[in-house]
Design a protein around this ligand. Sequence first.
Ligand code: FES
Ligand code: FES
Length: 185
Amino acid sequence: MPRMTVNDQPVEFEMDPDTPLLWALRDAANLTGTKYGCGQGDCGACMVIVDGEALRSCLITISEAEGRFVTTIEGLSRDRSHPVQQAMVAEQAIQCGFCTPGIVMAGAALIAKNADPSRKDIEQAIPNLCRCGVYPRLVRAIERAGRVARRRETISSAPAPGISAEDAAREVPALAVPDSGTTSD
Ligand code: FES
Ligand code: FES
């Protein structure tokens, strides 16, 4: 059964090895922050970070993710404090929000490698589709996140989650720290 590390937790998925990583994350690990949009690699809603690269989780199987380090939106930060999250909020780059987790993960992978990206860099690194059309705000948000990452700017306007991690874990089991690192359903 494919084993990997998801959000710093060792995980073994007792599933068909050909299962797309997206399904395993959402259905078995209950990490539903990763969204199912098109299921065929077009929209980017399912993006997660695998060994530092933003990848569409609908396009890789859990056997292909074997032994790799996977980070989902739930693992990026517990308190929405990542510069990309802060900047997306501050620039009002979130409308319905369905595309947002995938965009944040693609943006986080970009900023980790290049905290001063050009607009072309941003467009290439974040090809995600957004039906709400937040693209100009998205570019501004990633540029701003880069400034935050470079310590050229701080953002004080990002709101607190408004719910404690413990309360959230009661409502959303995926946020809970598991008793063991094995996921078996
Ligand atoms: S759901 Fe994976 S790219 Fe659209
Ligand atoms: S904010 Fe609605 S799809 Fe992007």
